[in-house]
Write a protein that binds this ligand. Structure first.
Ligand SMILES: Nc1nc2c(c(=O)[nH]1)N[C@H]1C(S)=C(S)[C@@H](COP(=O)(O)O)O[C@H]1N2
Ligand SMILES: [Mo]
Length: 313
């Protein structure tokens, strides 16, 4: 298999912007002007952490890999609701309002409930150092803080008809100017099979690096599914629904041939436009081999026994 140098890879958003160029041309000049003016520049107002994050950077994950620098974790982000420029997400999301915040958990459950974010923060939580592997070919090691999703699902009691979990990000184009861009189906949505959602590694994240989650990382509540590509880790969640049909994620809707429902990190199944065999760990020179299930195979491979991972990518 021929490897494509990373410099030749078109970032996913540019590619889709090109593909959707006709849609964009259909906009009126006034609408185009509004889109162009929609991304305000804000000063980042980082909350003062109790522990300086740099004091925590010397730690490692269970493979002995060092944490990615705090500056990169909070300064190089994907959050298309704000901007597709990774280095500007922090500034563009600085004034995003995340309080008050409610999360609806509904669908095929015995006890549908609307939780205030404070109720979710009260669920027994812990720090988890996870690798995040973006589908674009870079990765980070991030110390999240949060609770396994199964602790929340236990409170609402999924019925026997529930087969999947669907997650949805806030829809608020005034605050999230990216949602005015027509080439994606907003709000951002993601999904997991119920057994994936119940797995203890599946974390609902409320903090990072010893502090509450900053806006750019998906405040006040985001998902972390460490054996899947980063795009599954949906940010700023307002709804979690138990459903009986496989949810369609924003990425599946945008390009079904490129982004499947499973999105398990797999060095043997390439993206149609680039190799997934290796990755650039942010802060390191050179590239690393990508590990099957992002290094979590011992924990999760059994979820996929008998599943053709080329077909169900
Ligand atoms: N709502 C929403 N969630 C999202 C995204 C997004 O654009 N919008 N980007 C995803 C992608 S592609 C990645 S790699 C991770 C990045 O998380 P981080 O910025 O906290 O590292 O967030 C994921 N969650
Ligand atoms: Mo990503």
């Amino acid at each position: 298999m021929k490897k494509i140098p990373s410099s030749e890879i078109t970032p996913e958003h540019l590619y889709h912007q090109r593909r959707s160029f006709m849609t964009r041309l259909a906009l009126t000049p006034a609408a185009l002007a509004a889109v162009a003016c929609a991304a305000p520049t804000q000063q980042t107002t980082a909350a003062t952490p109790t522990i300086p994050p740099q004091a925590l950077e010397s730690r490692t994950d269970e493979l002995g890999d060092p944490l990615t620098a705090y500056a990169a974790v909070t300064g190089y982000n994907n959050f298309y609701e704000f901007t597709t420029d990774k280095e500007r997400v922090a500034a563009s999301s600085a004034s995003f309002v995340t309080s008050p915040w409610n999360v609806v958990v509904d669908g095929l459950v015995a006890k549908p409930t609307t939780f205030a974010i404070e109720d979710l923060r009260a669920i027994q939580s812990e720090e988890r150092i996870y690798r995040l592997r973006c589908v674009e070919g870079w990765s980070m090691v991030i110390p999240w803080y949060g609770f396994p999703l199964h602790r929340l699902l236990a409170k609402v009691e999924p019925t026997s008809a529930a087969k999947y979990v669907r997650f949805e990000t806030l829809y608020d184009p005034e605050q999230m100017p990216g949602q005015k861009e027509p080439w994606y189906t907003w709000p951002y949505a993601e999904g997991l099979r119920l057994d994936e959602a119940m797995h203890d590694l599946t974390l609902m994240v409320t903090g990072v690096y010893g502090s509450p989650l900053p806006n750019q990382n998906g405040a006040p509540l985001r998902l972390a599914v460490p054996w899947k590509y980063g795009f599954k880790s949906i940010k700023s969640i307002v709804r979690i629904s138990l459903v009986d049909e496989q949810p369609t994620s924003l990425w599946m809707a945008a390009a079904p041939d490129e982004y499947g429902f499973y999105a398990n990190v797999n060095p043997r199944v390439n993206h149609p436009r680039w190799s997934q065999a290796d990755e650039r760990r942010i802060g390191e020179l050179g590239r690393r081999q990508t590990l099957m299930f992002n290094g979590y195979a011992d924990e999760v491979a059994s979820l996929y026994t008998g599943l053709d991972l080329r077909k169900f990518y």
